[in-house]
Design a protein around this ligand. Sequence first.
Ligand SMILES: NC(=O)c1ccc[n+]([C@@H]2O[C@H](COP(=O)([O-])OP(=O)(O)OC[C@H]3O[C@@H](n4cnc5c(N)ncnc54)[C@H](O)[C@@H]3O)[C@@H](O)[C@H]2O)c1
Length: 384
Amino acid sequence: MSIATKVFARGMATSAVRMAAIKNVTVIGGGLMGAGIAQVAAQTGHSVIIVDQTQEILKQSRASIEKSVSRVSKKKFKEDANAGMEFVKKTISRITINTNAEESVKEADLVIEAIVENLDVKKELFGRLDKVAKPSTIFASNTSSLPITDIASSVERRDKFGGLHFFNPVPVMKLVEIVDDHIKNKGGILKVAITQRTDLSAAPARQHYMSFLDEEKGRRSNKQRTQREKNVMDELQELRRKKRRIETDMDELLKSANSDDTYNSLMSFSEALGKTPVTCKDTPGFIVNRLLVPYLVEAVRLVERGDASPRDVDVAMKLGAGYPMGPFELLDYVGLDTTKFIMDGWHEKFPDNPLFNTSEKINKLVEEGKFGVKTGEGFYSYRK
Ligand SMILES: NC(=O)c1ccc[n+]([C@@H]2O[C@H](COP(=O)([O-])OP(=O)(O)OC[C@H]3O[C@@H](n4cnc5c(N)ncnc54)[C@H](O)[C@@H]3O)[C@@H](O)[C@H]2O)c1
């Protein structure tokens, strides 16, 4: 084994010892995504608490989970109805519901947030939970479009905060994106680089000071010498202040970085759910939406220009690119309001990127309340 491999293996072993398996999961938000996440977590043996604003919403979540688990069991236990019933019973028994978020996170190993896509509301929630959850509890957000770093800014445990981005429908979709800053090492390298740079800039100043002492000895009046000396000392002090400021910034950056244990726990948890995790930086849209959303809006622009009809674009992408759904079918399924919300957010942040320009057609449909499948009409009509 090479030295590097040994060091790596030792690091992994220590990390595995420190990293306790996630057993108790609290899912905040029992809507479309929260219910799906709670379902797969319970199906795979985790104890789950779902939190939402009212008992009515929570009862609806539980009812939709029961229906969905029954569907899963019929597929999974085709030949054995009794085993299927046992699977449903056990899964449901692992889920409890509660309207009190603070009370529900006290025993949690992992808190997954799947509430409304609003930065202030998410920050407020995590800020509150940070005060009552165990120090070891990991926090994760299922946000689709908000920066994880911004959401995590309201908590102290920034090293225990990551993105866990599931896909709809959660019980079916295999992918989980783990949004992990992992800038620890990068931060370390940057810190060394900055320290070196400030030391280098300090060196000529110091040299300058020494030569000044040599040159000026006895040549000028004490008053002049004191002034020059003061200037050089000020210069040195300013450099030291600059270095301290940079070091404080770096410490902040490192504090906000995700720790390896958090990352490893999120990876293991995703695998325990039977999902395939991929890792990415805290970049707008992560991987899937960063590529998918501009593609969807580009399809709308193509239709806006009169180059083809939505139906023909959908057929083309299904038969020509092998996609299971065309972009207009997918837009209606995801919801035009959601797509508009994501694009508007990106456009506001990156106004010069033409890929993030919003579409007039989408804006108009949203204004008319035509959000897609959920409202009965979007690019297509779903009314019977
Ligand atoms: N819908 C998708 O396809 C999809 C995919 C991936 C990620 N997401 C993200 O998941 C999150 C949830 O999306 P969704 O589609 O499930 O929304 P949803 O509207 O179906 O559910 C959100 C739930 O959160 C509850 N809620 C709102 N504020 C709350 C609070 N302060 N405390 C407790 N509960 C609260 C609401 O009552 C609602 O039941 C969003 O951040 C969204 O961006 C959505």
